[in-house]
Design a protein around this ligand. Sequence first.
Ligand SMILES: [Fe+2]
Length: 312
Amino acid sequence: MDVSSGTLRIAHVSDVHVPSRLGAEWRRMLFNKRITGWANVLLRRGRVHRRAFLTAVLEEAAARSDHVVVTGDVTNLAHESEYREARRLLDEVARRVDVTVVPGNHDIYLPSVGRTRRFPHHFAPFAASERPALAVTLPAGDYPLVKLRGPVAIIGLSSAVPRPPFVAGGVIGHQQLAALERLLRLPEVASRTPVLLVHHPPVDGRSRVARLRDGLLDADRLRRAVDRLPRGLLLFGHVHARSHVALGTSTGTLDVVSASGAALDHPDPRVRAGFNLYEVAGDGTVARVESFALDASGTGFSRVPMPVRAVS
Ligand SMILES: [Fe+2]
């Protein structure tokens, strides 16, 4: 944080999808959902996620910010080897800046991953709440989490639940949303600018079928829970593309922003690997919402325009 101005800089990274190293893990894929996920890796994701891109993005995100937030799908198939590798990469980032992580559907691929609490086991240092008594115990850990940082309250939600094959939708759930409403009423939270993190899209213009298949099933309830906020950021991933929506609330506007996949090699600048950068000024104003993509050399970054779409 810039001590003289009180400004907090937040870098937003998403959908890291640290790849699976097969070898000893392949047997565990038999007869479960990981088979379909692995096919997806080979047919679609495996060709376009680049390790060198991910390293460059994490390095730049840490260099330009005070706090790196990761909106889920840190792993590909929730294998232990992926969790360990993701933890190693995030530990590198955490040596330089604060890190907060929320889970995505890929991080809790199977019911067993939730039952054995693999996500909180590996990422607890990045998901610790300063108000743990208000959290609800879920398959991916205890949420909502909150961290108070200068003018900002960083609030993490879990929308990650195990789903059947070919379904990737998310749910926050009644209990967690009720806890979120209680959290938002705390004086130390209400007096700050909220920066909410969730994996699945809170605003989703796709067809009903697409939303049921891989959207946020209780997005309407989340939007009702945040409807009294006069300002703030609501950050998500999952869609692997940059977007910026100005969401009208009953008292103001929330910036609802998605990040691209952190390691994606893609010609479309909306999709190409990169990170978003936000600044919240000492008075709580959201002073900057920008996105950066890796250039063709794979080392430099260029700003990508994100046209703002108004939604009420
Ligand atoms: Fe996802």
